[in-house]
Design a protein around this ligand. Structure first.
Ligand code: HSE
Length: 403
């Protein structure tokens, strides 16, 4: 019988315990072995919980128990999750996690320790909640060079943007609604400013390139400055706005960003609404793939954690070979050197703006929704080229166009 410990008895941790209990028969059939939860680590009081007798606040009980082979870390945050995970791996236990912050920050080191100790560090739940994305990248399309990923990987911002488009809400009202429904935190900064999506794309970029992509180097723009006017401009060209996390390999250079993007209604990702996530992946052999599902929430996220637990037992005594090598010098292309098309909103005399911009871009298109303001759709050009062309113009805002 396999024994596991669950660290963190919050939304995801309690989901893991629930799935291991409710789907016990299925899991036992899959594994040919029963999995039992032996400890739940949490400092809070759960004396009325059905699993109260498993709850402990003593990490050393788990660390020093030879019966525990696999530990699910659902604590979130860097501390003490990092320290606990490191000690567990060093002691020869496998760890699975939903903690995107920890994987994005210390994944390379933790994966190396897991390899040295012949155990596993798995993180399927860290990106896209219940959507299988880590394993497909690692296994199913392992024979491909992954050339591009464009994904909606944050449910909260997708809900807010969906409300702005479908129900005409302002950003502030949509955020309030998301908070009331429990999607957005009281302090929504990590979601609305794109930091959460940034950590997730850093994980996918590291996995796809095999090199450690530092999330601090990923240009990140959130959705807090998206207005109802931006929504109207996008609608005029049959598009929506989504917070898109991008990874690209082009001419042997890696590029990654998180930013709001105008997405044509004919793009499969445009129809992904509310708290759902959707991730488009291009492999150089398989071509286009799309992954869709619940990117957050108790049971979807716990479902991915449990799959990792099962895999750790299946792989017992072997390491899965997942490693993030150090990033090669100059492999990452700066944001300014990346080519994108943009919608640029300019204010002032529309006739003058048109005269000034007509020859700046190749076949620019213009969109108008009100007096004394106009939006120009540019051709693809580098961000630094765009900046220099716009230097003397009254720019209100620039939004990338997903092509
Ligand atoms: N805050 C995250 C989201 C939770 O909204 O997607 C799942 O990682």
């Amino acid at each position: 019988m396999g024994k596991v410990a669950v660290m963190g008895y919050g939304v995801v941790g309690s989901g893991v315990v629930e799935i291991l209990h409710d789907n016990k028969d299925t899991i036992t059939k899959t594994l040919n072995e029963e999995i039992d939860v032996k400890y739940i680590l949490d400092i809070r009081d759960f004396s009325n919980d059905p699993y109260a007798d498993l709850v402990t606040n003593d990490f050393n009980k788990i660390l020093n128990d030879d019966e525990i082979d696999v530990v699910a870390e659902a604590m979130g945050g860097l501390n003490p999750a990092y320290n606990f995970t490191k000690q567990l791996l060093l002691s020869g236990k496998s760890v699975v996690t939903s903690n995107k912050e920890l994987v994005a920050t210390h994944g390379a080191e933790l994966l190396k320790i897991a390899q040295e100790k012949n155990v596993n560090y798995m993180f399927e739940a860290s990106v896209g909640g219940g959507i299988p994305i880590i394993r497909p990248l690692m296994n199913c399309i392992a024979g491909n060079v992954v050339t591009e990923i464009d994904g909606i990987v944050n449910g909260t911002t997708n809900y807010i943007l969906s409300q702005m488009f479908k129900n005409g809400k302002s950003f502030d009202d949509a955020l309030k609604d998301a908070q009331e429904k429990g999607y957005a935190e009281k302090d929504p900064t990590a979601d609305v400013e794109g930091y959460d999506a940034c950590r997730k794309i850093a994980i996918l970029a590291s996995l796809s390139s095999g090199q450690t992509v530092d999330y601090n180097q990923i240009k990140t723009i959130g959705i807090s400055k998206i207005t109802s006017d931006d929504v109207k401009y996008a609608e005029k060209i049959n598009s929506v706005i989504k917070l898109i996390a991008t990874f690209k390999i082009e001419n042997n250079k890696l590029y990654s960003s998180v930013q709001p993007a105008i997405v044509g209604n004919d793009c499969p990702i445009a129809v992904i609404d509310d708290v759902y996530n959707g991730i488009m992946v291009k492999g150089n052999m398989v071509q286009d793939l799309m992954f869709y599902g619940r990117g957050a929430g108790k049971l979807p996220t716990a479902s991915a954690v449990v799959a990792d637990i099962i895999d750790c037992f299946k792989l017992s005594g072997t390491n899965n070979g997942c490693i993030f090598e150090p990033l090669e010098a100059d492999f990452m292309r700066p944001y300014e050197e990346n080519k994108e098309a943009f919608m640029v909103i300019l204010s002032g005399n529309v006739a003058e703006i048109k005269t000034k911009t007509e020859n700046l871009f190749v076949n620019p298109e213009y969109i108008s929704i009100k007096d004394n303001e106009i939006a120009v759709i540019t051709n693809e050009l580098t961000v630094s080229e765009l900046e220099s062309k716009l230097s003397d113009l009254p720019v209100v805002k620039k939004i990338k166009i997903l092509r």
